[in-house]
Ligand binder design. Structure first.
Ligand code: 73E
Length: 841
């Protein structure tokens, strides 16, 4: 390609080809130029917002250069690419990350300082990119960071929602949702108005024989919506690789929204068409771990799958290879079942449009896809109504039925005696109306299925997918324990700790190979080191205390033990157990003598997290936390011994402040319900200890860092079923201490008892599905042990350092290498011009 361009032309390009700034002076020059020209501002009206915009534009230019080169390099290399399909990418802010990844944060800090700005204030001007609900979306973001940092040729594909997850405000203790319009200035995306794909909906299926006697199946008519690509550069850390995240935005197709309609007086209809089309990518569904079966959500899923697949195929076709090579060029990973329609769409393209025979097509499909399961919660498993699919995607429904038919025939041959098997594993559930079980379709259409932590991967094999293990054998099912990127979750969120670690290990190499942290164990008895370690934690707590004061008006003592539970509010995550424990502690303090109170370690109980707008129980939990806070925080008997805080609008950028400031964090889901959890890893990596159940990745964290460094409690997952049964059929007794808590709520201590009756009666009257009462005693005792342990600060700091030293396993780099090895069968691309050794600051 390159040689087809004449020499003089190439010279002219080369001479002026952008190189990007490398020093403080160049950074200032570029930033001022952008502020003065791109933004049309001057020294005299440059506020922090404008300083952010100018800085972002300067760094964006810097990224674009490596981005273009990376895309060229990957095209020339002509090897397999990974496509990560996710309806959620919870990216957070980009500027700080970009600065650190290209190694120019110090230059920017000094440069901005001379221009009259503090870099921290400038960074805070950026709006979070919050295109996700919680762990699943943030995992996708960590994966993109690792894929780029490890030089894999990888693309993310998602939707460009106009509204991300809502902003949460607390009014009189209740959650209020505010729309998150985040696009008014977003320098990190590039509209590609020339990259569009028309996506079809509705219509009907025409089967006929053509003039040459060939059977043709064609999906006709219906409605066309156009997908427009928006590209986001994803820089790797300390490498020249900048990968691409492609987000699709919907708009009315040129054909639908035509000027003919305007001219013929159908102005209003034309506008309505346009709005209907744009609605598809308008808003992220705000439900975490919950399927609501809404038509618009199905439209989103197909729109995004179809656009992404057609884009991938267009790229594949440029290689001029035969179709059978497709799985050697393309690996598609399905982030949960949300993109399962991509399986059906690829089969449709191969069979209906490319004329490939069914079985040959199906082999290509199954070799291409891998499916990651993230949950066993029944309410989160997607089931789409057959009539809805029939209406929206009539040809896809036929293909689903055919996939099911061939699959069930195969099962029948293998298990002729198991009569119930066919009904159990059928993709179609014979309910009223019939539904399509998306997880089954995803398993059948993929070559590998993985869970996200060991316990979870074992559970899916023995419970929800048991029959499929019999059918396919155990090798189709595997585990890839989740991980987190240490760049954002240590280096960026906790720069002082990162610097201290680097000073002991001799370099920042641990950010690329996290197992190097193990050398920190040599310093667990180093007095000066421990002192600095503790000072950094304290400084982080002071910073969080300032945030709490400005966000809630509550003043907390940074010397108190900070006990944090921040995550989406969900009954299975058991924030109710935490707040009942807090009430229990409050009652205990009230009953203490002055002498006893003196001995108690002061504590701040910090909560944060959003409730899905339609999830009543979750909203009630938020309300209770706030009401308990009102009472406890104003009780003179209690003083600093206990404060209860709900931090509003928990998101990625708040997590970056909260996580480094915790002494103890809570990961207390009912055993067997939290597939992995990833914030548990973030907290420990930042020197916090955890209280947790034997669930998800807590188990593997314990194995790595040692039982003596974790506060475990509660029943085991293997006992949950029996305990639940016993709640209904045995002589089940509610924990007496928990009953006292309920009495206090009923007395109206925290306001109208009726407001919280649903929480109490879930335990007293409705079988206590999440085992709050069963685990209450063990939970409270473990909290007492935490108080005792915290009094010995020297021992506490040793535990903290040892734990961090042993966290190497939980980097998302390890995780991505495991996917590459065992699922994608792909090697990283060698990057010749490996980024010059940069001052990694
Ligand atoms: O345990 C977490 C896990 O760490 C799990 O609940 C979460 O995924 C994380 C990353 O693996 C998750 N989210 C969803 N399912 N599992 C989900 C389901 C439907 C809509 C949105 C999110």
């Amino acid at each position: 390609v390159e040689s087809s361009i004449p020499e003089p032309q190439r010279e002219a390009w080369k001479k002026y080809s952008a190189t990007g700034f490398k020093s403080k002076d160049d950074f200032q020059k570029e930033t001022v130029r952008h502020i003065e020209t791109t933004l049309a501002r001057s020294l005299f009206n440059c506020d922090e917002k404008a300083a952010y915009s100018g800085t972002a534009l300067a760094f964006r230019d810097r990224l674009i250069i490596d981005w273009n080169k990376t895309q060229q390099r990957q095209t020339f290399a002509d090897q397999k690419r990974i496509y990560y399909l996710s309806l959620e990418f919870l990216m957070g802010r980009a500027l700080d990350n970009a600065m650190l990844n290209v190694g120019l944060k110090t230059a920017a800090k000094e440069g901005l300082g001379e221009l009259g700005f503090r870099i921290e204030d400038v960074i805070q001007q950026e709006h979070d990119a919050a295109l996700g609900n919680g762990g699943l979306g943030r995992l996708a973001a960590c994966f993109l960071d690792s894929l780029a940092s490890l030089n894999y040729a990888a693309w993310g594909y998602g939707l460009r929602y106009r509204y991300g997850i809502f902003k949460q405000e607390i009014e009189n203790g209740y959650q209020v949702e505010i729309p998150d319009y985040w696009l008014d200035f977003n320098p990190w995306e590039f509209p590609r108005n020339d990259v569009t794909i028309d996506v079809q909906f509705y219509g009907w299926v025409n089967k006929y024989t053509d003039d040459e006697g060939k059977q043709i199946t064609s999906w006709q008519d219906g409605e066309i919506v156009t997908a427009v690509a928006y590209d986001v550069p994803i820089p790797g850390y300390g490498t020249a690789t900048v990968n691409n995240l492609r987000l699709w935005s919907s708009k009315a197709s040129a054909g639908e929204f035509d000027f003919a309609k305007f001219n013929s007086g159908e102005y209003e209809n034309a506008v309505a068409d346009e709005q209907r089309a744009e609605t598809i990518s308008a808003v992220l569904y705000p439900n975490d771990n919950m399927d609501r079966g809404k038509e618009l959500r199905l439209k989103q899923q197909y729109f995004w799958c179809a656009a992404s697949l057609h884009d991938i195929i267009r790229r594949f076709k440029k290689s001029k290879r035969p179709w059978k090579d497709f799985p050697e060029q393309v690996a598609i990973q399905l982030n949960d079942t949300h993109p399962t329609l991509a399986i059906v769409e690829l089969q449709r393209i191969l069979v209906d449009l490319e004329g490939i025979e069914w079985n040959a097509a199906w082999e290509i499909v199954t070799k291409t896809f891998g499916y990651t399961n993230h949950t066993v919660l029944p309410e989160a498993l997607e089931k789409w109504s057959v009539p809805l699919i029939q209406h929206l995607l009539p040809r896809h429904l036929q293909i689903i039925y055919d996939i099911n038919l061939y699959f069930l025939q195969q099962v029948e041959r293998r298990f002729p005696k198991d009569r119930d098997m066919l009904g159990r594993v059928s993709i179609i559930e014979e309910s009223q109306p019939k539904t399509v079980r998306m997880a089954y379709l995803a398993i059948i259409g993929s070559h590998k299925v993985n869970g996200v932590a060991e316990l979870h991967s074992d559970l899916i094999k023995t419970t929800i997918f048991k029959d499929f293990v019999k059918i396919y054998g155990p090798d189709k099912f595997t585990n890839v324990t989740n991980g987190i990127t240490p760049r954002r979750w240590l280096h960026q969120a906790n720069p002082r700790l990162s610097e201290l670690i680097a000073s002991k290990l001799g370099s920042y190499e641990f950010l690329k190979d996290l197992t190097l942290l193990n050398k920190l164990e040599n310093f667990v008895d180093d007095k000066d080191f421990k002192k600095e370690w503790a000072e950094i934690k304290y400084a982080n707590k002071v910073r969080l205390a300032q945030h709490i004061l400005s966000a809630t008006g509550i003043s907390v003592n940074p010397k108190a033990l900070f006990d944090v539970q921040v995550k989406r509010i969900h009954e299975y995550k058991r924030q109710q157990l935490n707040i009942f424990g807090v009430i229990h502690r409050y009652l205990a303090i009230k009953n203490m003598s002055a002498e006893e109170r003196k001995k108690l370690a002061p504590r701040v109980s910090i909560f944060g997290g959003k409730a899905a707008p339609g999830y009543w129980m979750a909203k009630t939990i938020i309300h209770l936390v706030n009401k308990v806070g009102d009472v406890v925080n104003n009780d003179k008997d209690v003083g600093d011994l206990l404060k209860v805080v709900f931090i509003p609008d928990y998101n990625v950028s708040k997590a970056e402040i909260i996580i480094p400031a915790s002494d103890i964090s809570e990961h207390i889901s009912t055993a067997g319900t939290e597939a992995s959890g990833t914030s548990n890893m973030k907290f420990v990596l930042n020197g916090g200890l955890v209280i947790g159940t034997l669930d998800g990745a807590n188990i593997e964290i314990t194995r790595e860092i040692g039982e003596q460094n974790v506060f475990l409690f509660g029943n085991l997952s293997e006992d949950v079923e029996d305990l639940r049964h016993n709640h209904f059929y045995g002589n089940h007794q509610i924990d007496p201490e928990l009953n006292k808590v309920f009495d206090e709520i009923k007395k109206g201590t925290f306001g109208d008892e009726g407001a919280f009756s649903s929480l109490v009666s879930a335990i007293l009257d409705h079988g206590d599905y999440y085992l709050v009462s069963d685990d209450f005693n063990s939970y409270c005792k473990t909290q007492d042990l935490i108080d005792e342990t915290y009094k010995n600060q020297d021992e506490w700091v040793s535990k903290s350092i040892t734990s961090v030293a042993r966290m190497g396993f939980f980097t998302s780099d390890r995780c991505i290498n495991e996917y590459a090895d065992s699922i994608w069968n792909i090697e990283p691309l060698q990057v010749k011009e490996e980024a010059e050794v940069r001052s990694r600051t």
